[in-house]
Design a protein around this ligand. Structure first.
Ligand SMILES: *Cc1c(COP(=O)(O)O)cnc(C)c1O
Length: 363
């Protein structure tokens, strides 16, 4: 048996840390204007490039802030002021991207599907055929609202046919799913340290196609979110604003841990195995998955609340047993719960989780 386990976080980030990553937080403090910190940043940037082998084509840029910060910096900086963004949405995070460009005062159009549906690709085709003024397309990869893995490859084909750059919210997929920035024609993607990469919250990043980064000019209606201001990081490792130094220590360690464990493929396989075990155990208790078979991401699945159970009651029963599950959002708040398996989640934790569900549901 292992030593006593902490409360296991089954929310989609922040994750239960491994001891290795937690240990990195205790490194000696650093000044962000010193050469050793710049070296750390460059090391993180090259490790991020190595995750999907993006090499020199896409520049990673680190930002102090949550995943939303990276998504917003991406849209603020890459969609020109006189551009027009098509946002393809089938969940809360897709709709949030539309809310961002609205806040930025940029022109946009939405191809929106219901939250239980796949990306509305036919609608995308219609919009693009009817509206030649669209300059960029944006979508979420793993839509955390329902745990659906969106078919970016199919969307990318539509974009490529019209030579439209694709901007991606990969916040909950980077490190835990297949992503092909080159083949999918991704101009920029946004992600964070504390989901599939297993770092701590506070540092997020964008990967931007080098040619697009060079061309950024006065697009952002924001100073902090203007990636042009961070271009210096590419050469020097320095950031214009105070970076989350300790979160960077943890991210470096987490990226080494990911590589040591076999990279994103091994992590995806691990997540799938854990998610499949949770789903099979819950099915035995009569708890159904929300989405059709095969539609879910590796790292997160949504389930229908069992009959007669409110989310708070189920949450509290599991919390007493040492687990944090996650509520549905918006229209799904009263009907579903979510289980993510990112972070230091072990086989024995899933055994205990299923025991706790069995006890709670009383079967
Ligand atoms: C978690 C998440 C976000 C937001 O990330 P924060 O770190 O909470 O700002 C954005 N998009 C997706 C798909 C997410 O899963």
């Amino acid at each position: 048996m292992s030593s006593r386990r902490p409360t296991i976080l089954l929310n989609p980030g922040p994750v239960t840390l491994t001891e290795r990553v937690r240990g990195a937080l205790l490194r000696e403090d650093q000044c962000h204007r010193e050469a050793d910190f710049a070296e750390l940043v460059q090391g993180i940037r090259s490790r991020l490039s190595a995750v999907y082998g993006t090499g020199a084509a896409h520049e990673p840029i680190l930002l102090g802030g949550s995943g939303t910060c990276a998504v917003e910096a991406l849209l603020a900086s890459l969609v020109p002021r006189d551009g027009k963004l098509l946002v393809v949405a089938n969940g809360n995070y897709g709709e949030r991207m539309a809310a961002m460009v609205r806040a930025h005062g940029k022109e946009h159009v939405e191809a929106r599907a219901g939250w239980l549906e796949p990306l509305p690709l036919e609608r995308v085709e219609e919009v693009l055929a009817a509206d030649r003024s669209v300059t960029h397309v944006a979508a979420v990869h793993d839509e955390t609202t329902t745990g659906r893995r969106n078919d970016l490859q199919a969307l990318a084909r539509l974009c490529r046919a019209r030579e439209l750059p694709l901007l991606v919210d990969a916040v909950s997929s980077f490190g835990g799913e297949a992503i092909e920035p080159e083949d999918w024609g991704i101009q920029g993607l946004a992600a964070t340290a504390n989901k599939c990469l297993h770092g701590v919250p506070g540092v997020s990043f964008v990967l931007v196609r080098r040619s697009a980064l060079a061309a950024i000019a006065a697009n952002a209606p924001s100073l902090y979110l203007d990636l042009a201001g961070y271009r210096g990081q590419v050469e020097s490792g320095f950031s214009p604003f105070t970076p989350p130094v300790h979160a960077c220590f943890a991210l470096e360690e987490a990226l080494d841990e990911l590589a040591d464990q076999g990279g994103w493929r091994a992590r995806r396989a691990r997540y799938r195995a854990l998610s499949n075990r949770v789903a099979a155990g819950l099915a035995e208790l009569g708890v159904e998955g929300l989405l059709e078979a095969g539609a879910s991401s590796a790292s997160l699945r949504a389930y229908r609340l069992p009959a007669g159970w409110s989310y708070p009651r189920l949450h509290d029963a599991l919390r007493r047993a040492g687990f944090v599950i996650y509520a549905g959002q918006g229209e799904l708040a009263r009907s579903i719960f979510r289980v993510a398996v990112m972070g230091d989640v072990r086989d024995e934790d899933i055994d205990r989780l299923l025991d706790a569900f069995t006890d709670a549901l009383g079967r």
